[in-house]
Design a binder for this molecule. Structure first.
Ligand code: MG
Length: 160
């Protein structure tokens, strides 16, 4: 079996009155991500990790934010397309691990739902999808609730 590993990172600015989508789930929040798409910064980092594992560039290359096609798009569709792309080449996702840095709201009640949602979009078991959340102890732009930051790692496998 062949293995590849990739990492992804994304940041979106937060503003009042916008929806907050994270890991494919709408989180009840007075602030949400400013974005061309639905602003699901967790899915964006995840897509970049998967694409990165195969040196396929990033989501900005595959789904440009200058294109009307992707305006307000549900990021789950982007993740579906990324999965189709890697499966075309015979690759499968072994596991992914996502860390979301957000000062508020608390994400603990939504983690299970994010894992289940992402697993279902990716067509893999939820035991292969880890989602973790942290604050930054009120430090930096995350701590001031100016933005949400996400790190993701993906392991891809291919049977030889
Ligand atoms: Mg993004």
């Amino acid at each position: 079996m062949e293995f590849r590993i990739g990492n992804g990172y994304d940041v979106h600015a937060l503003a009042p009155g916008l929806d907050l989508w994270l890991g494919g789930v709408k989180v009840e929040s007075p602030i949400g991500c400013i974005a061309h798409s639905d602003g699901d910064v967790a899915i964006h980092a995840l897509c970049d990790a998967i694409l990165g594992a195969l040196a396929l560039g990033d989501i900005g290359k595959h789904f440009p934010d200058t294109s009307d096609e992707f305006k307000g798009i549900d990021s789950k569709i982007l993740l579906e397309r990324v999965m189709a792309l890697i499966r075309q080449e015979g690759w499968e996702v072994g596991n992914v691990d996502i860390t979301i840095a957000l000062q508020r709201p608390k994400l603990a009640p939504h983690i299970r739902s994010m894992r289940d949602t992402l697993a279902s979009v990716m067509g893999i078991g939820a035991d292969r999808v880890s989602v973790k959340a942290t604050t930054t102890e009120k430090l930096g732009f995350v701590g001031r609730s100016e933005g949400c930051e996400v790190y993701a790692v993906a392991l891809l496998t291919k049977n030889e």
